[in-house]
Write a protein that binds this ligand. Structure first.
Ligand SMILES: [Zn+2]
Length: 200
């Protein structure tokens, strides 16, 4: 049975933009985090209206910067907002099983994972796996001639686009997009202003 949220991708995006505006203005909503809401979500299940792929960075928590509450958004967070098989499986679960109309890949300024890749040097343990994923985006940014702070910014942007391209390789995602049931959007969070800028 179709259990998804009934709102459109445009409405979902507007909810995120409205929430981000509230967050920036400091006028966040009074969210119901009480027992009643918990029981309701437990009984009726979750019906989030968007899947957000974001970075683990403590300064970029999607629920906070979009001013959303329990059950609103399905979040996949990995340093550098990159994909691996488990992350892609999480995305597919959100868009296919929970039937969210909108998927947002959310990068951000001053991303440590991107910076580490640009700067090079040691990447101990499994951090190397993250750097390896981001490297092609850094190469692209360098090839464009960017340098200094521009290079970090450009590499962050390229990384967001690369993650979107990778997600679109998923047959599950492609099918939903083809059926007009899913919109995929790119966005970037600005640390100082708090603004989430949708890139298209
Ligand atoms: Zn980051």
């Amino acid at each position: 049975m179709h259990q998804g949220t009934s709102i459109s991708a445009a409405e979902a995006k507007k909810r995120l933009e409205d929430g981000n505006r509230r967050y920036i203005s400091g006028q966040t909503a009074q969210h119901d985090l009480g027992e009643g809401r918990r029981l309701e979500l437990s009984t009726n299940g979750q019906h989030p209206f968007a899947v957000i792929v974001g970075c683990s960075d403590s300064r970029v928590p999607p629920e906070v910067i979009f001013d959303q509450a329990l059950g609103d958004i399905f979040v996949v967070r990995v340093a550098g907002n990159i994909m691996d098989e488990a992350a892609l499986g999480s995305v597919e679960y959100g868009v296919e099983h929970l039937q969210t109309p909108l998927l947002v890949v959310l990068g951000h300024e001053q991303c440590g994972a991107v910076k580490a890749t640009v700067d090079g040097g040691e990447a101990p343990g499994s951090i190397g796996a993250i750097v390896k994923k981001i490297q092609p985006s850094v190469d692209k940014a360098k090839a464009s001639g960017a340098s200094g702070n521009d290079l970090y910014q450009k590499a962050e942007d390229e990384n967001i686009l690369a993650v979107i391209a990778e997600i679109k390789q998923s047959p599950v995602v492609r099918e939903l997009m083809h059926e007009g049931k899913l919109t995929v959007a790119a966005a970037k969070y600005h640390l100082r202003s708090g603004l989430v800028e949708f890139m298209e």
